[in-house]
Design a protein around this ligand. Structure first.
Ligand code: G6P
Length: 609
């Protein structure tokens, strides 16, 4: 949450900061601000409630220029959305931007007030600014020592960048729970929460590790680890194409990302299906094969859309590989006492690899008796990838829309491949594994076919856009798809949507059915179709209006609408059936005029727990 960008250069940095902030809006976007030390050594701070565009408007009416500065997009945690609470925060000569939460901020605030500090905001960040200033004035320490002394007093997960008006030749960055990456330039250097904020100025990056403090000058970078030992961190060249950050012919990133799915899945499959016989992940070595062979139970932990993907995998692990699988919401996992099954493999699933709850769950799991841990993640170099025993990349490409789409379908693709691999390694049933490998290759083509017939979905979106509530139903491995469909709709259109397993209808939600409660039913041709048809009859008999997603014909009735899909093999049907639901949510939100890529109150990467 929250996005940080800072720069030290020999040219004017205003546009560098602004361009970076725009790329970081996906992390939080209720307000934004920047502070620059200009060439006369004045601190110029501009802050604004609303999106970065509002800040840009304000900046355009002023003439500001400087070679060192920090900027921030905020997703409010402490204190309401207001200009006063917007970063950067200042304490005399100390200027700071911060991402994360300081848990003991109120005690420190009381202490600092007693020392005579005046607070202009409700944030935990202003507490850090004053604490640094207080520490600096106690003894004449250098800024690095001031920061090291101060952070001993802070509890929580955070990252921050500090600038000192009295010494405007360096930025100091600290990573303690939230990611930070240094961008390397020629006679200029940068720091940000995510490399995409810096791709317009560099492709060379250094990721800070937990506990690192970096002193960043325009021609030099010194990094100290948590033991205060100076170290070299590896430089990487980003493989993200700057072009992929642009929307191209699409109106929204989410639309682009939905339509990209055939290609993302192709990329996920590429070089991983060996002779149509076995699955090979470059990321897993032979030793990891043993881990998989010895696995007798799977425990998957994730949040949001990734959690829904894990729920589908539970059906698959048990029905295809005969391996018991439990799935848990990450924030619940770390806060309870649990019983670990014998030879259990702990799997985390995450697009960003930075979700604080999932990361805490991984760290918590390491003290428990798991056989080992694996993360399935889209972001190489992310905290989850770094901290896990092993990882598999989903290779979805950059996803910018807050509502996850291609991440979900590529996660499912990897999970299905992983199951095929485990089946082969454990010599469970060669035919099942071959069937997975054969069928999974049809995915890009099938999704392409679905994406060509959007007119039906657009029509239904028109009918549904004025509804206040919508019910989603599905059975078996399509039940989590109903949940994901409802989540997509909630996230971007703000329509209340709930999902139920179709069999649960008669145990409660049937009471809600009337002409104002449309029902979206996922009913592909499979062994559960008869039961689903029964549910459809129960709904229509009570005056409910049903929209059925199916590759099957249904008897015509007034209040039944069909979204006819091509025939799809049962194995890959959950991956395909989510696509029309993504489109439905997208078109409804479009009709309602919502900000699809940046829904209110949400952020793509939730780095606070
Ligand atoms: C946030 C995002 C969701 C995402 C969830 C988990 O809530 O808004 O789209 O599914 O985090 O994120 P992860 O990066 O761990 O998959």
């Amino acid at each position: 949450m929250c996005g940080i960008i800072a720069a030290i250069t020999k040219r004017n940095i205003t546009n560098i900061l602004i361009n970076g902030m725009k790329k970081l809006e996906y992390r939080g976007y209720d307000s934004s601000g920047l502070a620059i030390i200009d060439n006369q050594n004045n601190i110029i701070r501009i802050r604004c409630v609303g999106k970065v565009n509002a800040l840009i408007k304000k900046i355009n009416s002023m003439k500001i220029s400087g070679n060192i500065g920090v900027a921030h997009t905020r997703w409010a945690t402490h204190g309401k959305v207001s200009t006063e609470n917007t970063h950067p925060h200042i304490s005399s000569n100390i200027i700071i931007v911060h991402n994360g939460i300081i848990e003991n901020f109120s005690i420190l605030r009381v202490f600092l007030k007693k020392q005579g500090y005046q607070f202009y905001s409700d944030t935990d960040t202003e507490v850090i600014a004053h604490l640094l200033h207080w520490e600096q004035n106690k003894k004449k320490y250098c800024l690095k020592e001031v920061i090291q002394n101060s952070i001993k007093k802070l509890y929580g997960n955070y990252s921050m960048v500090v600038m000192d008006k009295n010494n405007p030749s360096k930025l100091i960055a600290i990573r303690s729970g939230s990611p930070l990456v240094i961008g390397l330039g020629i006679e200029e250097n940068f720091i940000a929460s995510d490399q995409i904020a810096l791709l317009h100025v560099t492709k060379r990056f250094i990721y800070l590790e937990e506990g690192d403090i970096a002193i960043i000058k325009n021609n030099k970078i010194d990094i100290f680890n948590k033991y205060n030992i100076k170290i070299n961190r590896k430089e990487i060249i980003s493989t993200i194409k700057y072009k992929s950050i642009k929307k191209g012919k699409y109106h929204y990133y989410m639309e682009k990302e939905i339509y990209e799915q055939p290609y993302s899945i192709q990329n996920t499959l590429k070089n991983r299906l060996k002779d149509n016989e076995t699955i090979h992940f470059d990321e897993l070595d032979l030793e990891k094969d043993n881990l998989l062979i010895n696995t007798e139970h799977i425990h998957i932990v994730a949040c949001g859309t990734s959690y829904n993907a894990a729920m589908v995998a539970k059906y698959w692990f048990e029905s295809l590989a005969n391996i018991p699988c439990d799935v848990e919401i990450a924030s619940e996992f770390s806060s309870r006492k649990l019983v670990v099954r014998k030879n259990s493999l702990f799997i985390t699933l995450s697009q960003s690899g930075e979700t604080a709850d999932t990361l805490s769950a991984l760290r918590y799991s390491k003290n428990l008796n798991y056989l080992g841990n694996l993360t399935i993640c889209n972001m190489e170099g992310s905290s989850l990838v770094k901290e896990s025993d092993c990882y598999i990349l989903t290779k979805a490409g950059l996803e910018i829309g807050v509502a996850s789409t291609k991440s979900f379908t590529t996660q499912l693709t990897v999970l299905l491949m992983l199951i095929a691999k485990i089946i082969t390694l454990k010599k469970i049933n060669d035919n099942t594994s071959k069937a997975i490998i054969k069928t999974i290759q049809n995915l890009p083509q099938k999704i392409q076919e679905i994406l060509k017939q959007t007119q039906d979905i657009k029509n239904i979106a028109q009918n549904l856009s004025n509804k206040n509530n919508i019910l989603f139903l599905g059975r078996g491995d399509q039940y989590p798809i109903a949940i994901e469909g409802a989540l997509k709709l909630k996230e971007i259109s703000y329509i209340h949507a709930e999902a139920y397993a179709s069999g649960e209808l008669k145990h409660g939600p049937l009471a809600l059915i009337d002409e104002n409660m449309p029902v979206i039913m996922i009913a592909p041709k499979n062994s559960l179709l008869l039961k689903n048809q029964q549910n459809i009859k129960e709904i229509s008999a009570r005056g409910g209006i049903v929209y059925i997603l199916s590759d099957q014909k249904f008897d015509y009735e007034d209040n039944i609408n069909i979204i006819k899909l091509p025939h799809i093999e049962e194995l890959i049907a959950p991956i395909c059936y989510v696509v029309p639901l993504q489109l439905l949510a997208y078109y409804i939100a479009l009709i309602k005029g919502k900000n699809i890529d940046q829904p209110r109150n949400l952020a793509k990467s939730v780095t606070v727990s």
